[in-house]
Design a protein around this ligand. Structure first.
Ligand code: MG
Ligand code: MG
Length: 639
């Protein structure tokens, strides 16, 4: 398999694009005429620049409104083609994409189009050029790859082949398995794009909303499986028109694209084991059995404050690191690490972001294999020196420059708490153990533009799926929320994308200097018992407006008695077709205007599947009130 990306897919000038594309690991590019026209140099200079970056021009495009024209337009179309062949010669490009005709002048007729292509093929052959025909979903007469293939078949010229584009096939809901009947050696090039399912004009959808395979809702894997079944093992190329990408970082978009292709081809290889594909081998997507730990970076004073807050949630201090200023707080299966070292990664994270989550530890089947898969998919590995008696725990870089470590039971890693920590004896605490059993979900807040990047990161490395995106209403604007989760519910991460700086999420990003964990939700088996236990110990929950409960009663036809209990404990409620959900929030931690991060406690009953998105606006409103009132977050404990 060789990989390519269309230069229109990313932002920057020609040179910036090439640098980003090459660095991401692509073998070549599709060159768009416009990109080249804006380039300040001769075609030969452009070609040299491409070669200097170790890339190849794999396709020249687009050539429009060619086939089926009446005279004199037909003769002019051939004239135009000859001029493009000249240009291609100078660029060193030998494959031209001809997209199906959209002109109202176009006459239609498979044989007429085939005859035009036979002649074009003849002219192209004299120049050592090949022609690929692509059916646009909105082509006037040809808008289906099956018809394009029939044109190519009847043109019957070795220099004329088919170009397939997943968007055009899938957007029109054409069965991709119809590709399996096409001989692989007649497919000259394959373009891939995904897109979110939006009901809109095909052309507009295609030009503005395409995204990387795996980022949208189209069955690009099914499409590519069918292509692979034909024996095609040539170039797979990304042709992504997306307004956001065109305004984004060329480096990030290129890296995402390359990751998307590798991930896609890995899935195709696994789904079609009988087909030989030249795809880099990598371990399968990683099953995560749980969140093993969450680590905060803090300074000494804030570490003490954070400890006070954790104590308030029923955690006890369970250990101290053998060599470092690192404490372990524990409750149920939850391990919270508070790192106040003056050097190392946690410290640099602290200097950059303040007190914040700097590291997430996941429990996996095989930590080394996890890092191997992540590395193959272009993730950055993370390493720092380990001291005597410490374990070398495999790790990669995650959201916001944070780190993800992987723990397994295959090695010593599973005993990290015994090996690296000494137990501490503590006075019994009234709130010790409030019934929190595990991390339910981790909420990461980021700029909206980053969401697809991290969605692809998580879904390509880990055995997870994404939920549909939901809108969360902040009084200052919308926040988009999408969850990544596994079938067992042992890994749930919510990505929250802020579109502006005025929302609580947006302010949080500004103050954290980038994407970061904004809240962590702990799961309890009995939220009322947990709430009672915490209340005894002086815990002050986020106060929810009484109006919320009036509405709740009518919205869900709840027993008045239950509503009273929810209201008394400031517990939020939600329900779906499978079960019920209860949420209780603690105070925000941090002096910032956004309130900083916070903890949530949830109980899932039955098979409730969501995250209480409908409640988020009430929670946000309550937090804004609390932050404005500057309620001392946990005064009773730390005073
Ligand atoms: Mg295309
Ligand atoms: Mg939550």
């Amino acid at each position: 398999m060789r990989t390519a990306i269309a230069t229109v897919s990313i932002s920057g000038d020609f040179q910036e694009k090439l640098a980003a594309i090459a660095a991401a690991g692509f073998d070549g590019i599709e060159i768009f005429e416009n990109d080249f026209l804006a380039f300040d140099g001769l075609p030969r200079d452009a070609a040299r620049l491409v070669r200097d970056h170790g890339l190849e021009i794999m396709l020249f495009q687009p050539f429009r409104d060619f086939e089926g024209m009446p005279e004199p337009q037909r003769a002019r179309a051939f004239e135009r083609a000859e001029r493009k062949f000249d240009l291609m010669g100078e660029l060193g490009a030998d494959l031209m994409l001809v997209c199906s005709n959209v002109s109202p002048l176009c006459l239609g007729g498979i044989d007429r189009a085939a005859a035009d292509f036979a002649e074009l093929g003849e002219r192209a052959a004299r120049r050592g050029i090949r022609i690929g025909y692509e059916a646009l979903a909105w082509g006037r007469h040809v808008n289906d790859h099956r018809d394009a293939w029939e044109v190519v078949r009847r043109a019957d010229h070795p220099n004329v082949g088919l170009i397939l584009d997943s968007f055009h096939t899938l957007a029109r809901k054409i069965d991709p398995d119809s590709i399996r009947a096409i001989p692989g050696d007649r497919i000259f090039f394959v373009q891939l794009a995904d897109a979110p399912l939006i009901d809109m004009d095909l052309l507009y959808w295609s030009r503005h909303f395409r995204n990387m395979p795996g980022e949208g809702d189209l069955d690009v894997t099914g499409f590519m499986r069918a292509v692979a079944a034909t024996g095609y093992d040539g170039v797979v190329s990304l042709e992504i028109f997306n307004d956001q990408f065109r305004g984004g970082s060329p480096k990030t978009i290129s890296n995402d694209g390359h990751r998307a292709l590798l991930y896609l081809m890995d899935r195709v290889r696994r789904a079609e084991p009988g087909i030989a594909l030249s795809v880099p081998a990598m371990p399968d997507r990683v099953a995560v059995s749980g969140v093993e730990f969450i680590e905060f970076a803090a300074d000494e004073r804030e570490a003490a404050e954070l400890g006070g807050l954790l104590r308030h949630f029923g955690f006890r201090r369970a250990g101290r690191h053998i060599a470092k200023d690192v404490e372990l707080w524990r409750q149920g299966a939850i391990n919270i690490v508070v790192n106040s070292e003056r050097e190392g990664f946690a410290h640099s994270s602290y200097l950059m972001h303040g007190t914040a989550v700097c590291d997430i530890g996941l429990k996996v089947e095989d930590a080394a294999a996890t890092v191997e898969r992540a590395r193959t998919l272009g993730a950055d590995l993370f390493e720092q020196p380990v001291g005597p008696g410490e374990l070398k725990i495999p790790a990669i870089r995650g959201v916001g420059g944070g780190v993800m470590h992987f723990i397994d039971d295959r090695s010593e890693l599973g005993r990290v708490w015994e090996i690296e920590f000494e137990p501490v004896a503590e006075d019994p605490d009234p709130a010790a153990d409030a019934g929190l059993v595990a991390v339910d979900h981790i909420a990461q807040t980021m700029n909206y533009e980053e969401m697809l990047t991290w969605l692809l990161f998580y879904t390509s490395i880990f055995d997870t799926t994404k939920t549909p995106m939901v809108d969360v209403v902040d009084p200052a604007g919308l926040v988009r929320s999408q969850a990544i989760e596994n079938a067992e519910g042992s890994l749930r991460i919510t990505l929250n994308g802020a579109e502006n700086r005025r929302t609580l999420a947006g302010r949080f990003i500004t103050e954290s200097f980038g994407s970061a964990v904004q809240h962590i939700a702990f799961r309890t088996a009995d939220i009322f018992a947990t709430a009672a236990r915490l209340a005894e110990a002086g815990f002050r929950p986020l106060e929810i407006s009484p109006n919320y409960y009036d509405d709740l009663e009518s919205r869900f036809a709840l027993e008045p008695d239950l509503v009273e209990r929810l209201k008394a404990a400031n517990i939020l409620y939600d329900r779906d077709d499978r079960g019920e959900y209860f949420q209780l929030y603690g105070p925000n931690y941090g002096p910032q205007e956004s309130g900083g991060f916070f903890f949530e406690i949830v109980e899932r009953r039955g098979g409730y599947h969501g995250y209480g998105a409908a409640n988020a606006q009430f929670r946000i409103a309550a937090q804004k009130r609390a932050i404005e009132a500057r309620a001392p977050a946990f005064a009773s404990r730390t005073a």
